[in-house]
Design a protein around this ligand. Structure first.
Ligand code: EPZ
Length: 420
């Protein structure tokens, strides 16, 4: 499933044409797990083919859930879920697999799920998830790197979620939808993926109110039924394509997105001198020859997403002037060393990148160690003079569907070659 391919990119072509956005990875990961709460089959549409999606499907299959993925339609049948033990090797690969803890507690009253380890984004604990399960009556032990949790029946509770964690909000919504009584999540995450999860759960018969605000109320129900549901467009892919257009001085219509979900990106691109035209589900991005420097700070939704900080730094690396980019969510600046190899002038101090725009980047061999860093290197390579070779692209496969084909359809000279 993971490839050892690399991208070879010849930069310098302004992107032009039209491109469609795929379904949202981070929504898909939550909804696929939530689908197994139902006692019969759920049909999810607009599911992207990405390796993180394949991983969560494999984990569910290991628990006894039946799945069938054809085109962009995924059928999930949780009626035969039988194991409460999530497989170590697969769970370690991806933090979202910890959502199975909420699922298993809700369905079986018992969960043994390996704790996700550290990752390339720095320390990423799951203490908020665990505190939530405990507040709902679960007895939780951490033994041998494993969460072992048990409960006769989860009970609704009032839970304050520190730092508006997206993952904790998802996990607790999943657990609470089959609990006895009402759960109130305070300081809940407001991301569009949370609203998508709430709509999906409600279409399965759950009673979730308030998603999209910082207080979510979930009145537990006895059982959930199968449903058919289409996943929202991927706002991070949409933003990446907008930024890629901007760095190449291109003119592209990005289709099948929700403009509201990329509002912070639109505003910052406009400040950088990029012209944006919006309609109901499309955005046209018309870039100037060279963008102006803009200062950005990442924040939970509706703030500027941490998942677009990296491509935006790539864009700012060729801007006129100096931009200050502050990262408030994760430790996510290691990729700037690779951008420096391409000629960028970036200094990182205390979670802040000081990016002095240079007139041009030059192609170089570079390597990515995570998904969004990979997106930054693709964006940079599209504008760089000469050839850039990007290795480590199995990280990009985790969360961008057919990205090289999409970019090629816009005129980019990007190809995927086998490393040997
Ligand atoms: C989700 O991660 C996304 N992943 C991330 O996308 C995204 O970057 C992040 O939200 C922020 O928007 C998925 O949806 C699968 P958090 P998550 O819990 O849920 C701290 C990508 O590239 N924290 O909102 O793990 C945490 O360390 C990815 O697509 C705790 O301390 O993020 C962070 O500083 C990467 N304890 C902050 O809270 C906890 O129990 C917010 O993290 C949970 C979180």
């Amino acid at each position: 499933m993971y490839s050892l391919d690399k991208y070879v990119v010849i930069g310098g072509t302004p992107l032009s044409g039209q491109v469609s956005v795929s379904g949202a990875k981070n929504s898909a990961l939550a909804l696929i797990v939530a689908a197994a709460l139902a006692e019969d089959e759920c049909v999810l549409k607009n599911v992207p083919h990405e390796s993180d999606v394949y991983t969560i499907i494999e984990i569910l299959q290991d628990l006894g859930v039946k799945t069938d993925f054809v085109g962009s339609t995924l059928r999930v049948d949780g009626s035969c879920i039988r194991s409460y033990q999530a497989p170590y090797e697969l769970v370690r690969k991806m933090r979202a697999s910890f959502y199975t803890a909420g699922l298993l507690l809700a369905r079986l009253g018992k969960a043994e799920v390996p704790l996700p380890g550290g990752c390339s984004l720095g320390s990423r604990p799951v203490d908020y998830h665990i505190k939530g399960f405990q507040a709902m009556g679960a007895d939780v032990q951490i033994e041998h790197g494993m969460l072992k949790a048990e409960v006769t029946k989860l009970v609704g509770s009032k839970i304050y979620i520190n730092r508006s964690s997206v993952g904790a909000t998802v996990n607790l919504m999943i657990a609470a939808s089959l609990a006895e009584g009402t759960t109130v999540l305070e300081n809940a995450a407001k991301e569009p993926e949370i609203v998508d999860l709430a709509s999906f759960l409600n279409s399965m018969g759950a009673k979730v109110k308030g998603a999209g605000t910082n207080v979510i109320k979930i009145e537990g129900v006895k059982r959930l039924r199968g449903t058919e549901y289409s996943i929202i467009p991927d706002r991070i892919e949409a933003g990446t394509l907008m930024i890629a257009t901007a760095i190449t001085g291109g003119d592209v219509v990005i289709k099948d997105l929700v403009p509201e979900h990329v509002r912070s990106v639109v505003l910052n691109l406009q400040e950088a001198g990029v012209k944006i035209e919006e309609s109901l589900s499309e955005i046209r991005v018309k870039a100037p020859e060279r963008p102006k420097a803009v200062d950005v700070e990442t924040a939970p939704y509706p703030g500027f997403p941490t998942d677009l900080q990296q491509p935006f730094v790539a864009l700012m690396s060729i801007a006129e002037g100096t931009s200050i980019i502050r990262e408030n969510i994760f430790d996510r600046f290691r990729y700037v060393d690779e951008l420096r190899r391409m000629g960028a002038d970036i200094k990182v101090e205390h979670g802040t990148a000081i990016v002095r725009g240079v007139p041009k980047l030059t192609g170089a061999p570079v390597e990515t160690t995570d998904l969004r860093a990979g997106a930054a290197l693709i964006v940079a390579s599209l504008a760089a003079e000469g050839v850039t070779e990007i290795s480590g692209i199995e990280h990009i496969d985790r969360g961008y569907e057919n990205i090289e084909e999409k970019l090629r359809s816009l005129g980019a000279k990007i190809s995927r070659v086998s490393i040997d």
